[in-house]
Design a protein around this ligand. Sequence first.
Ligand code: SF4
Ligand code: SF4
Length: 358
Amino acid sequence: MLDSSLYSIVDSLRLDGNSYSLKYTAPKWASGFDCPLGKCGACCITDSPVDLRKKKLISPNLYICSEYDYDNKMCLAYSKRPVTCIIYPFLMGAEENEILVSPMLSCPGTRSMNNVTKSLLSTILSEPRISEWILRMMRIYDYVKSFPTLWEEADSVWGNLRELVNDTINRGNIYPISERATKDASKLVRLKVGIAPTCGLPSLKAMFDNLFKTVAGFIVPFGIKPEIWITEKIGDSISFRSLDNSKTRVVNIPSTLPDLEFEDESKGILSDYLRMLLSRPYLQLASLRTRYLSQEGKMSIATYELLTVFIGSLYYFEISAGLIAMKNETACVDALIANELIAFCDSIISGAFYSPQF
Ligand code: SF4
Ligand code: SF4
């Protein structure tokens, strides 16, 4: 069920001769989309969208798509761009008769005044490779529904996790959130703590290593003029630098996360974000995978996957909050820093998204 505090388009859509319900979920302040053509380019010079033809840019782990005209900020193969580029910045999934879509908030275009419309989503979904992938998800869903006991068990794990996070958010405790979620989740699924790297209360060092293992993160803060910041781990430090190298900030990796204060407005923004994480299709698809693996008698593996994705997101959220506050040399998170934090966190956790392989 969609959270009422989140913006949504609920409409119907015809695909392959059938009618499906279409749901778009985003916080109200990120309910639009507009790509400022020729002005941003963040998605073409970072790790998202996935699996691009890449060439190395200006640092050991920062790549630019080989079709990208860096000087003019244009795609040289726009009419033939891959499906991942057509989908970006939307995450898509399907359950039963519903198609679920939500935005990646690392894209600054998601803060535009132009509301996302059914027509925009219909255009994207009508791409044959996308619609085939959506229909395949629905077929898997139908298949696993024929195992009611396992279905109920997986539903109950997922339902309890949702309740736990909603309860934490409602009490205003958005930071830290992961430790409590980890402990409770471990009880829920009858598994011992330590089942997953992100579920076993890992050291901060391990988390940082994991966070920056393969990609540079990036930040494009909310604003009229997108400004791309590249983040990298260099030794025991995290470097933040603007793409034109005019601004740099280096922070040492902390041994403990800083104590932060959140202004009321930023608390609201970040609570919306956490709620969106719960509603996102990729999480629902993680739940779908749980069900799918369950029927093969691999409940523990499936639960491991679900928890890793979900609780890992909460850890990344906390670490992102600490890092962005340190970058801005403050312990008080206001609305602007909250937006920067969300952009950073969403770029970092994008690797956990369940994306179609094209
Ligand atoms: S990150 Fe978003 S706004 Fe920027 S170029 Fe990509 S789709 Fe457009
Ligand atoms: S193919 Fe085009 S749209 Fe896709 S990442 Fe490369 S430059 Fe960007």
